[in-house]
Design a protein around this ligand. Sequence first.
Ligand code: ATP
Length: 850
Amino acid sequence: MTQAQGLTQKQAGELLTTYGPNEISHQSAQTPLNLALNQFNSPLVIILCLATILSLALGDTFEGLLILAIVILNAGLGFIQEYRAEKALLSLRQMTITIVRVTRDGKEREIDSKELVPGDVIFLEEGNKVPADAQLLHSLHFEVDESSLTGESIAIEKDAGEQANKLIFLGTTVVRGRATAVIKATGMKTKFGAIAAKLSTMQKEETQLEKKLKIVAKQIGFAALFVAVIIGIIGVIKGIPILTIILTAVSLAVAAVPEGLPAVITITLAVGTQRMAKKKAILRKLSAIEALGGITLIATDKTGTLTKNEMRVSRVWIDNKTFEVNALPKNNAPLRHLITTGILCNNASLAPQGASQKFDVIGDKTEGALLLLAQHLNIETQTRKQDGALTEEFAFDATSKTMSVIWKTGGSYRVHAKGAPEMILSQSSRILTADGDRALSEKEKKVIFQSFDEMAADGLRLIALATKTMSWQRQSRHQIESDLTFIGFVGISDPPREEVKDAIQTARNAGIETVMITGDNALTAHAIAKQIGLMHPRDEVITGSQFASLSKEEKRRKLPSIRVFARTSPEQKLEIVSLFQEAGHVVAATGDGVNDALALKQADVGVAMGITGTDVAKEAADMVITDDNYATIVSAVEEGRIIYDNMKASIKYLIGSNIGEILSILGGALLGWPFILLPIQILYINLITDGLPALALALNARHRNIMARAPRTEKNLFTTHDIRWLTEVSSLTALSTLAAFAVGYYLQNVALGRTLAFVILALAQQYIFLDIMAQDRSMFTKHVFTNIWVIIPLAVTALQLFLIHTSFFKAMFQLTKPHQIPLLIAVLLCSIMIVISEARKRFFRHWFYS
Ligand code: ATP
């Protein structure tokens, strides 16, 4: 096989074993050891360790060891959480794959870039990422952006004919033209690999939420320290032993500082984004998750996203007549020309599906439809191309909506052009008929325009084809694409995806509007929009040129009623996204082309297509959907809402119960009582009764009706409603705990007071947990009793009762077994408070939540 024919599949397999996969191995910045040590990297934990040593030195061995055990257990739990999160994030990052067009066994195919080996011959075009270091074999207007290597972002021309300029490198992107190239080095052996090996590239970016939370955590931390100091002062005044004071103050600080918050956020994000990845939505930037949960408008492409992207030519217009594809005339000159232009002005190729008669399209599906038409008429597409040589190519341009090439056959040059029919027709001065070509009058053009509309109204995608001979001289694109001879046009069917209609309705129920922004014809777009239930009776379709003629004020006014933007340019997509944002929408916008990158960046959530999207679009996006399907965006929004709700629920739980703890202990101290909880009890509560429910809330995947409510509108993490709720539940916790202590203390002694406070504090916290679940309505699923996340807090309560009834644990936590009466009184008091709180919610709502 020659170099240009590439490798055989067998050779490639052997080389893959020798060289390994073509990938840059990202090293995690966090080694497990690092992570484990980080758990002890908190001043409070260090003080606690010192306190342990102190109590051991003073002979209080049992308590010392117990505190140490709890500290280690706490660190272990933190480590497991963070380690899992780190692993999940890493695997997520490795999930975005790059597909490369490669020649193996002399045939073109698409493979994952990881499978590339030195010697492979690849095809590259605008928007592709260069997948390995390679040397150009053929190139046409080929320019790359090497800024990822050199830092300078200007397009550099590369040329297969120039010795000094024919090497291209992994990590750079093709900004123009096309080329074939042979791979020289892969993976860590590439120039980029050498740089990456020096850098540890994995840096986890912080989400807005994490930033906000760090501030909240700090504030609570300060409050806890303040209370710890007050406790200390009171302790000294009351002459309590200094070790007890230190231990109590420090335990309180450890318990109250929500140092677990960032970990809870990371794990919620990591687990949630993995769930999303299973549903084919890969989040590239974690920071997009908040916006995703709050999306109010999806601006979507049509082709491939709302439709199946299974394109087949179903009608052909030539010589003033329309034919169904199965009834095309034989021996017809315009048809022959139409097919030839369709084959030559084309970058796609066909790959047979196994031994069947069916073919997969490699490359652009619209162009593939023209090759399938040729195949249908038994015309060999490859041989046509070998009859001449390609001398010039102007790739499809989303603004002019045309593509053209110049082929040299023998001594003559011929232009082959195709594109949106009105563009091609307006540039045509002649028309090809069965009797040869002749001049095309303006009147005739008007009639042809009507034929466009008739075909487009049936939802078909139109491509017109034209040609002309020329004498060779360098000319501008405009010159080459004018004065053409119109051959005819084809209507390509691309049916809507079945699941899209329901997904649009789901989005609507969730308060999310959908608009279509497409480059396609207005009538085609309208027909598809109607089929998928996108249009309301009074909704409008507007074309790019109509939109451009409006003043900014008119655009703003009209915006809410426009459902379909047709024949738009990529710049207009950017403008439309910004206008919707100005109108207060949180926008998810889809894109696939190089020109879509700006709109993807502008949108709150830029969504790139995994299959048809260029690497440039994927790089600019916040999320990549691997099946290109609109319905996947809707399910990603649902996951986004779940993730946000879960984060908020566990944050609310942690903060509510921590403030409850602080208030209880502070309240006891201010009332002049002995410390109402012992350090060991505080630490246990922090670990088990705080930690587990918070984790349960973070991981809760069962949410009902999450897509039946309007998008979140609040900008801040906590609404005034949340703050009032936090005040209420934390005071309720404190009052119940203090009441319980009082019952035990006054009926018997301090030990019983602490035992009851210990039990009731945990109970009150479980009430907070259940109240949050009830607010999110997620508790009321059918499977309430098989739901582990409901069982856990109940188990916590049972455990609490078990501790006070087992002599071993009683000794360990210095509890006394309460008589039934005081326990009942304490539980009753707590219940009364809960009932009052519930009644207030039901009957006096306006009291609090006005
Ligand atoms: P969407 O933005 O919804 O994906 P689209 O893919 O239909 O829309 P474009 O790709 O910009 O939009 O296509 C616009 C028009 O350009 C099409 O209606 C078609 O007439 C023409 N066209 C599309 N692809 C090609 C191509 N490869 N060569 C020539 N003309 C094309």
